[in-house]
Write a protein that binds this ligand. Structure first.
Ligand code: UD1
Ligand code: CA
Length: 454
């Protein structure tokens, strides 16, 4: 079976943060996650992650999804893969892919196509390469008649070799059994005194085994980040890549300023995304919506023809034809049904709002269920927390809740209930009733004059 070893021991000193480099995020996801998903997209699910600097953070992130192994000392890429030998020995039949956990743009097409070449040529090792305008710092590929004859590191290369533009991406396919054997033969007799994984190529050739290279047409597979500036560059690249995908799918962008769409987001045809809009993990948007400007949506399902303007929503469902915003905050576990209208300064949490119901101004609805075609007046508040526990309210279909009504939870208002403005509801109200809680209005004439004359 095919498996993968991902090298994730890097520190990223120049990032100036105590975190393993592969955990720095590109478009909302750690670089390591991009690499893992490239494996998963290539049907490789047997993965071992080699951790090093602050390795416990890698374990905490992975939550046991994949095996990890610790490289306690940083003695080179070959030494890193050596730590995974027990993982490799579990099944030595197939091939092993080695990847860098801090090069996020390795893609499944490159992985699959390089494996095809690897098998066709019966290679012991196939290096995945790319051509760079500026190859400085990378291992150079020395091509031979039938494949490659070696990889020379920048620091070990001659003037002539440094002119070669084809470089090692740091990703490889190996026959698993050969990889184990080669790892046992690595020496650290080079300028950096490191165990170079790249020396496996020369070892294979010395044993008259085949070594080859697969040149990817996508030089971005090499891109990594050594500092915050590089990381920003990776983010910009990823951001544009995702926006281009949506453009091809028929999504409209008049201006892409401030638009950040994470990889997993789906957007229907004919929808438009306006500036300064952040669409995060798990969000799925239907056709013909207008999303933004100035909005954040995370892990929400949004139906078709929804207008979502200058608002935020998290872990919720918004059905078709709803109109949200401006200035609405929809907090987790909420459901806004078809055609509902939620606007200025409304917060909704863990609640459902029925079809065509209007919640138009200055309202808090928490832990409540509102029926269809209801009207929730300005300033209505569900008083859902008594300082110790939270309780729910329900409001029936066609209800008309007057402005500044307080619903002291738990309380149920029936169908078509009316509440007078300023009413505080402390008991259940039956269908079709009016709830009015209002002391008689007193007028004390001349009060101000009397007060001021004192
Ligand atoms: C390596 C390759 C080089 C290639 C380049 C691509 C070797 C000897 N050279 O360069 O040919 O062009 O990658 O980026 O392999 N790592 C560990 N433990 C170590 C050393 C490295 O886990 O002891 C990890 C790093 O965190 C990184 C990857 O291996 O994910 C590559 O290491 P890095 O130091 O960036 O690359 P080089 O060794 O310079
Ligand atoms: Ca190095």
């Amino acid at each position: 079976m095919n498996k993968a070893v991902i090298l994730a021991g890097g520190q990223g000193k120049r990032m100036k943060a105590d975190m393993p480099k592969p955990l720095f995020k590109v478009l909302g996801e750690p670089m390591l996650e991009w690499v893992i998903s490239a494996c998963e997209d290539s049907e490789i699910s047997d993965i071992c992650v080699v951790k090093g600097f602050m390795g416990e953070m890698i374990d905490k992130y992975l939550k046991g999804r994949y095996e990890t192994v610790l490289q306690a000392e940083r003695l080179g890429t070959g030494h890193a893969v050596q730590q995974a030998v027990p993982f490799l020995e579990k099944d030595t039949d197939g091939n092993t892919l080695v990847l860098c956990g801090d090069a996020p743009f390795i893609d499944s097409q490159t992985i699959k196509e390089s494996l095809v070449l690897h098998k066709q040529n019966d290679n012991s090792v196939t290096v995945i390469t790319a051509e760079l305008e500026n190859p400085f710092g990378y291992g150079r590929i020395i091509r031979s008649k039938n494949g490659i004859s070696g990889i020379v590191e920048q620091k070990d290369a001659t003037e002539e070799q440094r002119k070669i533009k084809e470089v090692n991406s740091g990703a490889y396919w190996f026959k698993t059994a050969d990889l184990i054997e080669f790892l046992g033969k690595l020496k650290n007799d080079n300028v950096q005194n490191e165990y170079y994984l790249t020396d496996t190529v020369a070892i294979a050739i010395s044993e008259e085994k085949n070594a080859g290279a697969y040149k990817s047409s996508n030089p971005n597979i090499i891109k990594g980040a050594n500092n915050r500036k590089d990381l920003l560059e990776l983010n910009n690249y990823a951001r544009n890549m995702v926006i281009e995908k949506h453009l091809e799918n028929g999504v409209e962008f008049v201006c892409t300023d401030g638009i950040i769409i994470e990889r997993s987001v789906e957007i229907g045809t004919g929808s438009q995304v306006l500036p300064n809009t952040i669409l995060r993990r798990g969000t799925k948007i239907g056709n013909n919506c207008i999303i933004g400007p100035n909005s954040t949506v995370e892990n929400c399902r949004i139906g078709e023809n929804v207008v979502f303007n200058t608002s935020q929503a998290y872990d919720s469902v918004i059905e078709k034809n709803a109109e949200i915003g401006p200035y609405v905050h929809i907090r987790p576990e909420s459901k806004i049904c078809e055609g509902a209208k939620i606007s200025d300064f409304v917060e909704i949490k863990n609640s459902s709002v029925g079809k065509k119901t209007a919640v138009a101004h200055l309202v808090y609805i928490g832990d409540s269920d509102i029926g269809k075609k209801a009207n929730i007046g300005a300033g209505t508040v569900t008083v859902n927390f008594d300082g110790i526990s939270k309780s729910r309210c329900t409001v029936g279909d066609y209800a008309f809740i007057g402005s500044n009504t307080n619903l002291i939870a738990p309380v149920n208002l029936g169908k078509a209930v009316y509440t007078a403005a300023g009413t505080t509801i402390t008991r259940n109200i039956p269908d079709h009733a009016l709830a009015i809680d209002r002391g008689e209005l007193k007028t004390i004439e001349g009060y101000t004059q009397k007060k001021l004359s004192k």
